[in-house]
Write a protein that binds this ligand. Structure first.
Ligand code: AMP
Length: 193
């Protein structure tokens, strides 16, 4: 059966300092499976990434992992993904993840999560795709970032409409429902990127 939507999730290769980060990653994975969706993610077994993928698989989701060869060992590539793609480099990883997704969601994470989130958001701003880009501000994790973005608007380097292109929420299920509803299955125009 074809999945009802394909959600690309960016999150931590580390578990975070509180058990809640792992719990919510599992909640997101479960939600995708229970709603007949597909998870696209970085293909690792560590941190919140591994917890997310395990929960999605256990809930019956298709799970597509995309990992560069150089990171197969470092991130413990998840061999039991429905599809595991071992690619040559980070750029291939990110474009394949974008091509296979109808919507994007960043959970709390670190530098890799930030990079992926900003990239897919800037691609949205540049109209390379029209897929929703979500940010889970779990327990205020992203408050500092959101305040900084407003600061950038005030200082004249960004516009409100760019921030308005994000779907920000603190409740995982409500945010997932919004993203699944707005999911756009048309391919991203990665040839222009
Ligand atoms: P982190 O949020 O730093 O724990 O990393 C989460 C994921 O982002 C991991 O799978 C990293 O391999 C990945 N990552 C880190 N840097 C990049 C990058 N420049 N491009 C794509 N993925 C990255």
């Amino acid at each position: 059966m074809n999945p009802s939507f394909s959600l690309c999730v960016y999150c931590g290769s580390r578990p975070g300092a509180e058990p809640r980060f792992i719990e919510v990653a599992r909640q997101v994975g479960r939600w995708i499976g229970e709603h007949g969706g597909q998870l696209v993610y970085g293909g690792g077994n560590n941190g919140t990434m591994g917890a997310l993928a395990d929960a999605a698989l256990a809930a019956g989701a298709r799970v597509v992992g995309v990992i560069p060869q150089s990171m197969v060992q470092r991130e413990w590539a998840k061999r039991d993904c429905t599809e595991l793609h071992v690619v040559d480099n980070m750029h291939q990883r990110k474009s394949m993840m974008a091509e296979r997704a109808d919507a994007f969601l960043a959970l709390p994470g670190g530098i890799g999560t930030f990079e992926e989130f900003f990239e897919v958001w800037t691609w949205r701003v540049l109209d390379f795709h029209r897929k929703p880009v979500g940010l889970l501000d779990l327990d205020g994790y992203y408050q500092g970032l959101l305040q900084f973005l407003q600061h950038s608007v005030r200082r004249g380097f960004m516009n409100d409409w760019q921030i308005d292109m994000l779907t920000v929420g603190s409740d995982p299920d409500a945010l997932l429902a919004k993203l699944a509803q707005a999911a756009d299955p048309r391919p991203a125009d990665v040839s222009r990127i």
